[in-house]
Design a binder for this molecule. Structure first.
Ligand code: GLY
Ligand code: MN
Ligand code: MN
Length: 441
């Protein structure tokens, strides 16, 4: 069997042990994601559930992890049975015995036994940790198991009385990346950085946005990443002012900028990089002015990513630079204080400066604790992605109209400040123009 690069499931086992340590005598139940039909017999590409994968490393559909706390924690996998006939059609599946061995579970059973075994696993447990509210059928199934235990009350069995949201506990674990996760995120950043370099070199007037998307996707797969972490945005000219432009069907025109927001997913982990550069390889005066402003805002935001800084510090730093720049470029009138107070900068910068990054591109973890922005700590990974999107309108100088710029990097908080995981993608004007000259040669 072809083993994936993150075999050796010690990291997953150690996460289960840490979660078990927080369970008391409770039981955690974590299902993976269902397969989803795209149309008729065709499925969407399968993607396991991030929580389930974080705790197991197991990628097959139709699987549930049950983790029992207490003095002797048990980690139990329910998964698909071996099936020689189905494996001819769909490929290898572990089956419970091999999965238990390979992934280090204490026990493993066929998924068909889940309903029969869950009431016993829940008996005399005070609480259940599970995520309810995402799938009504799953919710009903969990409550059904609890009701079976309740129905056994006369035989002296106690049913769980508390249900806690499993995500609340695991989100906090996922927020601080371990070494195995960081190795994958560094590699994902390097692959995506290489893809952005190739995209810059392939860009020229007359090429279609989807051709550049193909260059990115080709490099992701060529280097072993399984998928894009989100639908790539390849937005030429005014398309860059549509924040979630994913059509990628336009032609790239001489004199326009191209904004690319694309990152691969490697063994479950996302990268998320945006670069903006001129289609013909040379920034015009107005394009350069806007670009340098966004780059300066990003530099200020990155300087604010360090332990002890609060979550919003990078955003505040970026907004201060952008607001000043919008006034200097005569995109806005007023004083810096009035632009910040009245939030008129939102005409050109309407999104936030970042988000957590990990198994999900918008990753797990609270941004505020007890009403206050949380402090950054070493091991957290976040994006830093200021932008400027200038739609034509009253008072907007024509020279700047339809320019859209975003620059996005992935930052790991370290003891000293931060490490940029996406540094392979060039972003200074000089580096971009030099790379594109080589690409166009
Ligand atoms: N690509 C998604 C984002 O930047 O948040
Ligand atoms: Mn992002
Ligand atoms: Mn992005």
């Amino acid at each position: 069997m072809k083993m994936s690069p993150d075999t050796g499931f010690a990291a997953h086992a150690s996460r289960r042990a840490r979660l078990a340590g927080r369970l008391g005598n409770a039981v955690a139940i974590v299902p993976t994601a269902p397969e989803r039909i795209r149309n008729r017999d065709a499925h969407y590409p399968y993607r396991y559930d991030s929580y389930f994968y974080y705790l197991t490393g197991f990628r097959e559909p139709e699987a549930v992890l049950v983790l029992t706390g207490g003095e002797r924690p048990q980690s139990i996998l329910f998964c698909r049975e071996k099936n020689a006939e189905r494996e001819i059609w769909d490929g290898f599946r572990f089956g419970p015995a091999a999965a238990r061995e390979a992934f280090g579970f204490d026990a493993a059973y066929c998924i068909d036994e889940l309903d029969a075994r869950m009431p016993d696993l829940l008996a005399d447990r005070p609480a259940v940790q599970v995520h309810l509210g995402a799938d009504a059928a799953w919710d009903a199934r969990v409550l059904g198991w609890i009701n079976v235990v309740r129905s056994r009350a006369r035989s002296g069995v106690a049913a769980p009385t508390d249900i806690h949201d499993l995500h609340a506990v695991v989100d906090e674990m996922r927020l601080l990346k371990d070494d195995q996760e960081l190795a994958l995120m560094r590699r994902a950043g390097a692959i995506s950085g290489a893809a952005h370099r190739l995209a810059m070199q392939a860009t020229r007037p007359g090429v279609a946005e989807y051709e550049i998307e193909a260059v990115l996707q080709h490099e992701f797969r060529r280097q072993g990443a399984q998928a894009p972490a989100y639908t790539p945005i390849v937005a030429g000219g005014a398309n860059a002012c549509v924040l979630h432009y994913v059509e990628n069907s336009g032609m790239l025109a001489d004199g326009d900028l191209l904004l690319i927001d694309a990152g691969c997913e490697l063994d479950g982990y996302a990268s998320d990089i945006t670069r903006t550069f001129p289609v013909n390889g040379r920034f015009s005066g107005p394009q350069r002015a806007v670009y340098e402003l966004v780059l300066a805002a990003q530099a200020a935001a990155i300087a604010a990513v360090k332990p002890g800084a609060h979550w919003n510090a990078p955003h505040d730093a970026a907004v201060a630079v952008l607001a000043r720049g919008f006034i200097d470029l005569r995109l806005l009138t007023g004083t810096l204080d009035s632009v910040l107070e009245q939030e008129t900068y939102k005409q050109f910068y309407m999104h936030r400066t970042g988000h957590w990054l990990g198994l999900d591109v918008h990753d797990a973890g609270e941004y505020k604790l007890q009403g206050a922005w949380r402090e950054l700590q070493p091991g957290m990974v976040l994006t830093v992605e200021p932008g400027c999107y200038i739609r034509p309108g009253p008072g907007v100088p024509e020279a700047f109209a339809r320019i859209g710029v975003r620059i996005e990097d992935d930052a790991l908080v370290t003891a000293a400040g931060c490490e940029i995981l996406s540094a392979d993608a060039p972003k200074s004007v000089t580096d971009i123009e030099a790379l594109m000259r080589r690409g166009h040669a």
